[in-house]
Design a protein around this ligand. Structure first.
Ligand code: ATP
Ligand code: MG
Length: 564
């Protein structure tokens, strides 16, 4: 056994299992996985976990490996081309590539039909005339067996004929259904003669009107896996009870090119958000967010627009790992992973979100000096830039307190603070309007405190704040995002009958006009910045224009979930 193939303690249970299969030369050592979205919505961060797993396994097991992208498009009433396109864009953006292996379950409709006929011929499937309501009533319960349908013992010949007529469009929706003939007394409800083909007089985004019967997901999925010679079919825990049906189909259909098996892992749940496409669709349809790519959404497209990075998401998925038990991950952990990534390359700039004017009364009027600032201390190759400094500045209102609380070490009346990379200033006077609003702070600066020199004869300066030159600053719209929901678990907080939208956070978006150093004026849409001391920001890919930048706050600099 090679070193790489031997299961080690650091591997998760899926990787351990695959390493053992490779070592045992199952499928000649090939690892073929798939990511199988249904194109009925945009992908979300939960899907990213599955994408990172399936595509990651292919990368880790190269060269005898690959990962397919397959659209499980068996439900024409909910699926759209828009979703097909966005899903491909999102998977690519996350950094993965399916090469030539893009598939659609709908491309297998003819083959799947043939497999159903095969089961009919083996006496393993039958056409049922019961109404959906009758079928529900005869299914039994978890403690009592189901009752056989009066149509269960139809002959293969009759079933074949009826199934062909279903396909030919002779029947209405719900009038007939094809069921696998398994076991009406099985303790597993999924094995009580599950439906495998239903009548749907619906237009399909790919096959048009060619079909009016469509395979059920539980039938199409394992057989599509087998048709593509998938070796490991990895899905989330809720499919565990479908596994026996998966295996039943793989074992009972002849002529399949592959013999995949299914294993389950816990889905990703994230605090302060909801993750089902159905619920996200509702937020979009009801206008509770602006669109699928609203930067507050947990969708991949929303996160991309917000400035969250593919590496940040991949690191997050790697950090949370794989388990067999449901769990809830902290949004703060995702933010941490994103910060770690952006820290490496986001250019540093000075931006003041809530400007308050500072006039340096002893600084010569009309004088402008340029302070040389490092673009990114993490990467000296990014060089430096010159930032103008003059008599009138803006500092952040959050960095000033007229009546300071204990422990506040920034600007206060009569107090001294350092302007980052410049000099120290003392607040001498507060100018207010008739209503008592602060108009400006009159301060003096000490030229002897440049280059980090300490003030002489005065107390040590404890605080350092950032600033921009008033005459040179660029006004820019900045969108400050908070969590979309106030509750960590909006669905459980709402309960079975409650509505999760009651926990939408009214403060999830605040727009401010900020003052930002002039170097950002012409920044391209889709550029990452760190506003020093404040957070990471991203010029909105849709709304930002050179000369008129619009910034999205990607993440605050500190973990909002950790006590400051
Ligand atoms: P949703 O419940 O959000 O509608 P879904 O499971 O119906 O999601 P699919 O398009 O069927 O969406 O999902 C494609 C793949 O992504 C499946 O293999 C599914 O198991 C996986 N997946 C979906 N949600 C998550 C999640 N939260 N964590 C991990 N994997 C997920
Ligand atoms: Mg699904």
């Amino acid at each position: 056994m090679s070193e790489a193939a031997s299961p080690t303690a650091s591997l998760d249970f899926i990787r351990e299992m695959i390493a053992a299969d490779v070592a045992a030369q199952r499928n000649e050592g090939w690892v073929i996985t798939r990511f199988p979205p249904e194109p009925n919505g945009y992908l979300h961060i939960g899907h990213a976990k599955s994408i990172c797993l399936n595509f990651g396994l292919a990368l880790e097991n190269a060269p005898q490996s690959r990962c397919h992208l397959r659209f499980d498009d068996t439900n024409p009433t909910k699926e759209e081309v828009e979703y097909v396109d966005s899903i491909q864009e999102d998977v690519r953006w996350l950094g993965f590539d399916w090469g030539d292996h893009l598939y659609y379950a709908s491309d297998y409709f003819e083959k799947l039909y043939g497999f159903a006929v095969q089961l009919i011929d083996k006496g393993l499937a039958y056409v049922d005339d019961q109404t959906p309501e009758q079928m529900r009533l005869t299914r039994g319960t978890l403690t009592s067996p189901g009752t056989a349908s009066p149509w269960r013992d139809r002959s293969p010949a009759e079933n074949r004929d009826l199934f062909a007529r279903m396909r030919a469009g002779e029947f209405k929706e719900g009038e007939k259904i094809l069921r696998a003939k398994i076991d009406m007394a099985s303790p597993n409800m999924n094995m009580r003669d599950p439906a495998i083909y239903r009548i749907l007089h619906a237009h399909h985004h790919r096959t048009g009107d060619a079909w009016c019967i469509y395979p059920m997901y539980d039938f199409a999925h394992p057989l599509s896996d087998a048709l593509e010679s998938i070796t490991h079919s990895l899905c989330t825990l809720e499919f565990e009870h479908h596994r026996p049906l998966y295996e039943w189909l793989i074992n009972n259909v002849d002529g399949l090119p592959g013999q995949p098996y299914q294993r389950e892992f816990a889905r990703l749940n994230l605090t302060h958000t909801v993750m089902s496409k159905r619920k996200l669709l509702r937020l979009v349809k009801e206008g509770l967010v602006s669109s699928w790519d609203d930067p507050r959404m947990p969708t991949i497209s929303g996160m991309r627009r917000r400035g969250i990075t593919p590496a940040g998401i991949r690191n997050f998925c790697h950090t949370i790992g794989l388990t067999k038990y449901p769990s809830l991950s902290e949004l703060g952990l995702l933010e941490h992973c994103v910060r770690e990534d952006l820290n490496k390359y986001a250019q540093r700039v000075y931006g003041v979100l809530r400007p308050i004017k500072v006039v340096l009364t002893n600084y010569p009027e009309g004088q402008v000096e340029h302070v040389e600032l490092v673009n990114n201390p993490e990467n000296p190759a990014d060089g430096t830039r010159k930032v103008p400094l003059s008599r009138e500045l803006y500092v952040d209102a959050d960095d000033f307190m007229e009546v300071p609380v204990q422990g506040f070490h920034r600007l206060v009346p009569g107090g001294e603070v350092r302007l980052k990379y410049a000099f120290c200033i003392i607040c001498q006077e507060i100018i207010k309007d008739a209503e008592g609003n602060i108009l400006e702070l009159r301060c003096t600066y000490d030229d002897a405190t440049r280059h980090g020199a300490k003030p002489v004869g005065r107390p040590k300066v404890k605080g350092t704040i950032h600033w921009v030159s008033a005459a040179h600053a660029v006004d820019a719209e900045v969108r400050l995002y908070e969590t979309l929901f106030t509750e960590a678990e909006p669905e459980s907080a709402a309960g079975e009958d409650g509505d999760f939208t009651q926990f939408l956070n009214p403060q999830s978006l605040e727009t401010v006009i900020a003052k930002i150093e002039p170097s950002v004026a012409d920044s391209k849409p889709g550029t990452h910045y760190q506003f020093e001391r404040v957070g990471y920001f991203y010029t909105d890919p849709k709304d930002s224009l050179p000369g008129k930048p619009v910034f999205n706050r990607t993440v605050a600099l500190k973990d909002g979930f950790v006590k400051k």
